[in-house]
Design a protein around this ligand. Sequence first.
Ligand code: AHR
Length: 505
Amino acid sequence: MQPTTLHLHTAFEVAPVDARLFGGFLEHMGRCVYEGVYDPASRHADAEGFRRDVQAALRRLRVTVMRYTGGNFVSGYHWQDGVGPRAQRPLRVEKAWDSQEPNQVGTDEFMALCRRMDWQPMLAVNLGSGSAEEARDWVEYCNGAASTRYGDLRAAHGHLEPYGVRLWCLGNEMDGSWQIGHCPPEEYAARASAAARLMRGVDPGIATVACGSSMLMMESFADWDARVLAHMDDAADFISLHCYVGNWSGDTRDYLAVTNLVDRQIEAIDAVARAVQAKRKSTKRIFLSFDEWNVWYRTMNPAGISGGGVFPAHLIEEVYNLEDALVVAGFLHSFLRHADCVKIANLAQIVNGIAPLLTRGDALLLESIFYPLAMVASRRGAVSLRVAVDAPSYTSATFGALHEIDASAMLDGDRLHVFATNRSVDTAAPLTVAVADRPLAHLVDADLLTGPSATAADSFEQPDVIRSVPFDAVRIDSGRAHLSLPPLSFAALTFSILRAARDVG
Ligand code: AHR
């Protein structure tokens, strides 16, 4: 392949990287909660019934913010079912996934897990079958003093101190016909504004996320978002984006170009949010909350997903391969490139069911997509830098023109983290990293993720087929780094950089 150069300059900042870009999503769906994070019967269970091995793996991903309880689940969920003495909590038939919900994990258990894992909670309220008042009461349960009605209930359940939940999603995917309580945008905006008003009446310090389009393919994409934001005045702080992708055509090169779609989705919704802001002559910018994203297609069923009366049902337990891991890396590139407008992003989901982790009995598998997440998790920086990619390009039939190499970068003082994906299926890429104003001093460390083929995957029987390995075949010469990026690979490189060009040598 023709050589690629990644050109950077430390003054060419995109924006500070919001730590909430590295969030997760824990939905009461399939085995994400039960047999996932929570499994009192497991030999890994801690005193509260949460699996220690799952917690340890999630710690490696340094997840910052956790969205809960759904997802589609939330549009039929009543939070009071999930608090109080466990033995008295109801067993419900859950409508979104046609499953059983025993309510053994609810608000207080989730908060305990957040505290242990150092996650910022992000709760979604029910604007499907629930009311604005119910949403308000939940805020009071979480954030009210013990002298308030629901704060007192929380205290009676043994939690005297308020939880201080800052982030609240105003429903979920209300543009989708599959959603309980689905309605036209103006009606959703009225519902969400009323809820936000009552919720802020309890705690003015909360931030709210309005439901944006649930996917780019929706006929109402962008129009829904514009109408919702226009009708919500200042009630929304963020607008949500969701995106699930897959190798529908069975063509790896085409699939790896899906990053173009993610870029386009972000840029379109940001443009809508700014246009609404301009029209309203408002000083308040609505930022983007990309609060569901991942690869999901093998286990997607347009006819609906049903637990079929089994508890817990094995739902959407996607097994990921190398190309999926490279696509996950692509999402991360895109979020960093758009750090000026994307402030929250939640990988959907965290364990069992479109997740980097899969449990089977007491065993735990780290799936291929775990590795790009971990590689970026261990290299977080303060500021996202623009990367000008000078590389050969190709054209994807579905997603248009793009570079063979995708890249992003973060700067953290004298540390520069560079991430690069080679989308070629058969050719290594000679790669140079050049920072115009500050020469590279040395490689601090690097990891490489690749594998025997695009479709190679990890399994319980062979867990080490796809995993990242330390990488040191990097030569620094005159302040620039040179390496060869294998086909179908993702590299994460950390360099120390000198203060100015004259410091070289
Ligand atoms: O993450 C699985 C489901 O995908 C969520 O419940 C829903 O919001 C989306 O359609």
